[in-house]
Design a protein around this ligand. Sequence first.
Ligand code: MET
Ligand SMILES: [Zn+2]
Length: 770
Amino acid sequence: MSFIKSTILGFPRMGSDRQLKKLVEGYWAGKVTEAELAEGSKKLRAEHWALQASYGLTEVPVGDFSYYDHVLDAAFAVGIIPERYQQVDNSGTLAYFAMSRGLQNKSINVDVPSLEMKKWFDTNYHYMVPEIADDQTFALHSTKVVDELKEAKALGYAARPVILGPVSLLTLSKTAKGSSSKPISHLTKLIPVYVELLGQLAAAGAEWVQIDEPILALDLDTAVFEPAFSQVYAEFSKVSGLKYLLTSYFDRLGSNLSWAAALPVHGIHLDLVRGASDVDAALEKIPADKVISAGLINGRNIWKANLEKQLAILQKIIDARKAAAPVWVNSSCSLLHSPHSLKPEVGHLDDEMLGWLSFAEEKIEEVAILAAAAVNRSAVDAKLKTNAEKVASRQTSERITRPAVQQRLASLDKTFYERKVPFTERQKLQRAALKLPLFPTTTIGSFPQTAEVRKARAQFRKGALSEREYKEFLDSETRKCIEWQDEIGLDVLVHGEFERTDMVEFFGEHLEGFIFTKKGWVQSYGSRCVKPPVIFGDVSRPHAMTVDVARFSQDCSKNKPVKGMLTGPVTILQWSFVRDDQPRSQTAGQIALAIRDEVVDLEAAGIKVIQVDEPAIREGLPLRKADYEAYLKWSVDVFRLATTGVNNETQIHTHFCYSDFNEIFTAIKSLDADVITIENSKSDLKLLGALEVHGYAAEIGPGLYDIHSPRVPSVEEMAARFAALQKYIPAENLWANPDCGLKTRGWAEVKESLTNLVSVAVAARKSHAA
Ligand code: MET
Ligand SMILES: [Zn+2]
């Protein structure tokens, strides 16, 4: 039965040991030449194809590799290079990296910032946002994907080029500054360039081309998108010799399926993990002669697949197709969002835990087993049996369940989700208790993680520094930090978060139900990778996590309040790999209970202001509008569960790092926080626009300066921003603070910037009184 193909939509690029990170960063630092970067990357690609072939995949994707980002690659390939980068030799790597991370080079007189970066759908991967001008032209500018196809073929692999389709490329782009046309209105001009590229792929021996159109998983306006897609594939069909696999992922095709199924393509990929509900409609609507690519292995999580369950879905599809057309076994989406391999975890994680997990390498094997089972089950019987045992072991393990936690969550009544009195009454009580001036100043929490801080932590982890020595070091950093804030006149102080590498990792390490991998890196943007914690079981808090540090810091402050700093349940969930055996909302509820206990303990220790950060609440929003409400309901609930255990006098802060919160504004209001601090400086208009439309009745501190750059903001520019904010926010509700935490900054610039910020607030108080 040769009609089963096994493949994946894409593989992580970084390498088993983040080799690509080292190559690219070495190149930026001038330590790796362009030729070495190219050679090293070629070697990585070859290794990744070899790995896929070693498990018996029948075809490997090519073009999924990228120096920085695949959206940027697609834009670069068709010549979407904004004018400001054209002063750089735009033929190659220099312009490409100028677009990805900006370029300051005095000798060639160039100083350009990077393109804007945005989250890739609901993942923690960020793509570079292409800019389309009114007079945009397109031209084939890079043949990277053709070259990689040739490379794979020369090594003897059956290879399938992957390209980001033109409709998604334009839909993910933005209108360039000074232009007004919608990017999608440029489609007709763009298509011929794609056709030229496809012609080159055909000439290089491609048979199938994978066209990623992930926007098909979004709510689309049929009147615009059906004709757009029809136009594209009418033109693509003219390229002779190619077959197209149209893919989308991260959600169901839903109502887009009926017209997408009719497009003149040769195969359609279905994400059968997140879009499992598409199956029946797909079998009915996708013409019988088209390939169905069954995305059965989850590319978004790290749990071992339940192969029997997935095999049943596969079998259903195969039976329905009656051998009229091939069926492919595939990953649900690219494995880009999975760590590379479980191998480095052997010896780090225990055997039982290892048996529950599956990273990219193991997912490849799962695809191969499913495909083999569909052809001849007995050939992989033993493997299926082992899989069933591991899956069952996770379902039944006592390590997973803590009945006390589950019972507690199930027993809560509505008082656990409500403060005792409404905000306006709390505000009076808090004013009396805290005695803050008008326009209180504060920061978001972290202060510079200097080389010294990182070194001390590394030494402590290695055992070179004793626990006592490390604590003394942290105490002294914290004391200096508090004293300095006090001295320059900040009003609500923070301890600086010197003990935390990462705001989620810190809590994960203290809570039960989490594990940490050794090399489970996932690309976040460019060369930056994150190592998300794994939430495997019921979450509980064995001991207080931040109370000692908060108490110590409060003692260091003469008479100003020090904020207790916590990470919120939605953010902890969003930045972790989450168990899939219960709804996310339930796991979030368990985390919320742990945070709630911490909040209550902080209050009992004399902490009067407590901040629960939720920077990820926006990115957790589902892709489909129909799913918004349910998500927003439970994410608001868990925040309230975490924060409402306190008395009226205790001031609850929260923090977000985005300003486009129009869509979730109502939810933000219902968090019922006393104060929110929010990123604002990079896009003043967005926040002000939202405030104008919706109004905001509680206290709020829109960021006065961008913390992503070492630039020191002047008093004048922050004063202007602050004056603008006063038009939208009543003076008695307005705070002055930066956009976000300061951990990536140096002390010199932090000192100057915050001193300027304080003087903005002081001047505003004076002119308000006058
Ligand atoms: C990404 S939001 C960061 C909040 C955290 N409290 C900090 O200041 O670093
Ligand atoms: Zn932030």
